[in-house]
Design a protein around this ligand. Sequence first.
Ligand code: SF4
Ligand code: SF4
Length: 486
Amino acid sequence: MTTWAQTRTYRLGEFHAFEGGGSQFLYLVPAGAIFELDTAAATVISLLSEGAATPEELMEKLTQRDFAAGDAAELIQEMFLARVIVARDSSSANREPVETPPADFPLQTLVMNLTNQCNLSCQYCYEFGEDKVATPEGKPKFMDLPTAKASVDFLLEQSSGRKAVHITFFGGETLMNFPLLKQVVTYASQRAAEQGRHIDFSLTTNATLLTPTIIEFLSQNSIGVTVSMDGPPELHDKLRVFANGKGSYDIIAPRVRALIQGHRTRPITARVTLTNGVTDVVKIFRHLKQDLGFHEVGFAPVTTSPDRLYAINERGMDGVLEQFHILADEYLEYALRGEMHGFSNVSDTIAELYQGVNKSHPCGAALGLLGVGPSGDIAPCHRFVDSDTHSLGNIATGVDREKQADFLNRGHINSKYDCHTCWARPLCAGGCHHEAFVRYGDTGHPNLHYCDWIRDWTDTCLRIYGAISAQNPGFLEQFAERKALN
Ligand code: SF4
Ligand code: SF4
C-alpha cells in the first residue's frame, strides 16, 4: 500500500518575495512572518520554482550542487516547518485558515465619544458630512457622569485578565466636554488602582479649545494627544473650517505650538485627512513635523463615496503613493542612523510586521476595542457611535452578543472571498469596516477599490523592514509594544 509520506512532493508555499538592504526575504503569507533567504534557501526556492519535487529529488539536486546530505535534509525540514515549502497535497497550501478569536475576547480599549457636538464644520467629516452613518437625533449631545462612570466600570469588567487597559477620548470635538474628561481620568485611575491594574488615556482633538490649563492637565496625566490637522494654512483651511466658512488654522497653530512645548510626557501626533487638492504629502509632513514640531505625522485618505467633490481619484492616489515613497526612503535613512523619522504610516506597519500580526479582522473594532457614545450606546468603534444600524447594545444593558458576532463574522477574513489569494491579507484583512460600509453598504465587504495601492505600500514597508533588519536590527525592538488607533 502506498503511504502519504511516500507520495509527498514539495512545492513552494504562499509568499511574497522582496529585497531589502541587499538581502532577499520572503513574506510568508499564511504565517504573517518574514524569512530571510540565504544562498541555500534561495537554491531550494529556485529548484521548486521549476516544478514540484519529491524529498528525494530535492535532496539529489541539492547534493549535485555541493550541499552535504545532512545539511540539505536539515534545510528542507526547516523550510517545510516554516511553510516556505509545502507538501503538494496539503490543503493548507493556498490559504491557512485564520483562527476565529474566542467569543469572550477581553476588551482592551474603550473609545469614549464624550460629545457628538463639534465647533468646526469640516466638510468631509464622517460624523456630520454627506456620508455620515450616525443617527444622533433625540440622543444626548454630551455624555453625563453616570454614563461615563458606567462606561469605565464596563471596560474594567470586560477586560478582566488584562493588566493594562486604555481609554481614548473622542468627539465630536472631545474638548467641548473637558470637565467630564477630567472626571473620567480621576475615576478610572482610582478604579484601576484599586484593582492593581493600569489604565492609560489618549484623546483626539481639533486643538481649537486647547488652553494652558488643559495642556498642563494632559501633560500631568500623561494623556496621549492626536491633533487632526491637514497641513499649512492654504491646505488646512480648504476643508477644516468653522460654521461661517472661516479656516481654523490661525486659531489652532499657536495652540498646537503651546501643546508641543508644554506637554512633555507623551509624543504629540498629527493626523492628516487627505482629500482632493490636499494631497501634497511631503509639503504637509514638512510643515507639521519641522515647522510646528509634531513628533509623528500620519496620513489617511478621506473615507467617502467616490463621487464627492473632496474624494481623491485614482490619479490622486497614485500621487499620494509617490510621495509616501519619498518619505519612506527618508524614514529608512533615519532608521539606519537609529533615529525616528516621524512618518507614522511606516512605523505602524513596521510594528505590525515586527509583532508578526496575521489578522482575522482588519482592526480591533468589536474585538478588543469598542466605542461608546454620549447616550451609552455601544458601537464597534468610534466611527459607528450614535448609529442605530450599527449599535451593539448599551452600557446599561451590555453588549448584544448576537449583533457583535454578526459584525465579526461578516468582517472575518474567511468571509472575504476576494482576499483569499491576496498576499497582503495578514496586514490588510479587507480594510476598515467603516470605509467598507460607506463604499459598499456592508461592513464586511473588502475595500477592493484600493488593493493595488495597499499591496504597493505594504511591499514598500516590507523593503524598509528588511533593510533595517539587515543593517540595524536593534532599531526594531522599540516596535514590540506599539499599537495604532486608526
Ligand atoms: S482588501 Fe484587497 S489588499 Fe486588502 S486583503 Fe483584500 S484583496 Fe488584499
Ligand atoms: S479601521 Fe475603521 S472600523 Fe477599524 S477602528 Fe478604525 S475606523 Fe473603526
